[in-house]
Design a protein around this ligand. Structure first.
Ligand code: TYD
Ligand code: MG
Length: 448
């Protein structure tokens, strides 16, 4: 082999962003994270030159359809991917352990026709077989390889020529030629890069599983994000059956679509009508509950925001605890309520959450959060047939948000009759709109 085993040296690699530094320090100067630099035994990249993927050609000669997505057969996954998986693309599926990544990918391979290779670098082949039986994924053309060494995996891809490859997980695969220990940034990055080359050369889609740490970042996240075409995040609360799938990077389509699944006894089931699921256990007439129509990507979603307030003990700062609602946003809205609507929230501990654990950062939630907090403080429920949406500004003004007509239409479809909305909202069929300019007007309109 021409490749020369290059000199090895010690470097300090940031486990958050992958930047390498010659010296150790407490903070990564590249991304600003603390205590993320780890010592790694780095090997200079081997001087292996891959065959050219293509020669230059006039742009008009390029076939625009070769990168058309191929549907996976899982509608909620296809929704997030903008149609399906593209040949030759590399997708990283990230999520906390136990969230259902392996389950989702086995279901993907069960649906897909033709030969498929599932590399299990974490679980034994027996464990995967057991899960596959539960999911109805046992089929002759689904090949299973329990392997962690990258050279054996690449050899298997060459030998079996599969139409799709899943590597579960990228953190447990290692390439002995890279020197560093398995799971290190150098290994994860190096192995992912080689798999990307294979995907492009063979024009086969590859899906990599990536574990996410407690803080919500992939080990060596930004490095991997640069290397792959698509990054999907699989989220949800472990004790809740609902699972959310989003794309945070996607070279072949939009990144704002939301896919929803429920974890059931025989795998993940798509949830085509999430509003009904979110409102299924709702109790009306309870103070602190507000209903907000939102739009995630192309899909309208009506969710319940809940707030609970209790008297704060004297001489300690009041607590602000959230789930699904951004904590800083809640603090901002409480300040607006205090200063612009004269609602005294200083002496209250405030807990706010979205039901079902849906994490939404959209400002359209603001008005609903404000109404739920004031409803809780006043111990007075909001009308059961009322929804509200709008962004709340620091001046106490209520601003318009995107997709007002679609939000209103979804609320009307689910049987709501009244909506408190920003002043410029267009009329909506089946919904009586109360247009407000300020948060104080909104509180009055809600009877608070
Ligand atoms: P898994 O796909 O192994 O998660 P990950 O690969 O992200 O670590 O899923 C783990 C959980 O899902 C486990 O707690 C069992 C549960 N599960 C079901 O509830 N139903 C099923 O059909 C399957 C296969 C798993
Ligand atoms: Mg797994």
């Amino acid at each position: 082999m021409l490749a020369v085993m290059a000199k090895s040296k010690i470097e300090h690699v940031c486990s958050a962003c992958g930047a390498s530094h010659p010296k150790w320090s407490g903070q990564c100067t590249s991304c600003g994270e603390w205590n993320t630099l780890v010592e790694e035994f780095a090997t200079d990249p081997l001087p292996v030159i891959a065959p050219a993927l293509s020669a230059p050609q006039p742009i008009g000669d390029v076939d625009p359809h070769t990168s058309a997505p191929v549907p996976t057969g899982l509608d909620e996954l296809d929704r997030v991917l903008g149609g399906g998986l593209v040949a030759g693309s590399v997708t990283l599926l990230g999520g906390e352990p136990g969230i259902g990544k392996s389950t989702l990918l086995l279901q993907l391979l069960a649906e897909r026709a033709g030969r498929a290779l599932y590399v299990t670098a974490e679980e034994s082949a027996q464990q995967v077989r057991q899960r596959a039986e539960r999911l109805g994924a046992v089929r002759p053309e689904l090949l299973l390889q329990a392997e962690t060494a990258l050279p054996h995996i690449t050899a298997a891809v060459a030998d079996t020529a599969p139409g799709i490859v899943v590597v579960d997980s990228i953190q447990t695969v290692h390439d002995p030629a890279l020197g560093s220990p398995p799971g290190s940034v150098v290994q994860v990055r190096g192995c992912a890069q080689q798999l990307v080359q294979i995907a492009k050369q063979r024009n086969v889609p590859i899906v990599l599983v990536g574990h996410v740490t407690k803080e919500g970042s992939l080990a060596g996240p930004r490095v991997l994000e640069h290397v792959v075409d698509t990054v999907l995040a699989f989220e949800g609360e472990r004790h809740h059956a609902l699972r959310l799938l989003r794309a945070s990077k996607h070279r072949f389509g939009p990144t704002n679509e939301l896919g929803l699944f429920e974890m059931a006894g025989h795998g993940l089931i798509g949830v085509p009508d999430p509003s009904e699921l979110f409102l299924g256990d709702r109790r009306t007439g309870v103070p602190g509950s507000a209903i907000v129509p939102t739009v995630e990507g192309q899909r309208p979603l009506v969710i319940e925001v809940q707030a609970l307030t209790t008297p704060a003990p004297p001489n300690v700062p009041a607590r602000r605890t959230t789930q699904g609602v951004d904590t800083n946003r809640l603090a901002l809205l409480l300040a607006v309520l205090q200063q612009r609507a004269r609602v005294d929230v200083r002496a209250h501990d405030v807990y706010a959450s979205t039901v079902g654990g849906v994490r939404l950062a959209a400002p359209g939630l603001d008005l609903g959060v404000c109404l739920s907090v004031v409803s809780a403080v006043n111990d007075r429920p909001l009308p059961a047939d009322l929804v509200a949406f709008g962004e709340v500004g620091l001046g106490g003004e209520v601003r318009q948000v995107a997709h007002a007509p679609r939000r209103a239409a979804e609320a009307a479809r689910l049987g709501f009759r009244r909506a408190i909305v920003p002043r410029s909202s267009p009329d909506a069929d089946g919904l009586h709109l109360v247009r407000v300019a300020t948060i104080a007007e909104a509180l009055a309109a809600a009877g608070l």
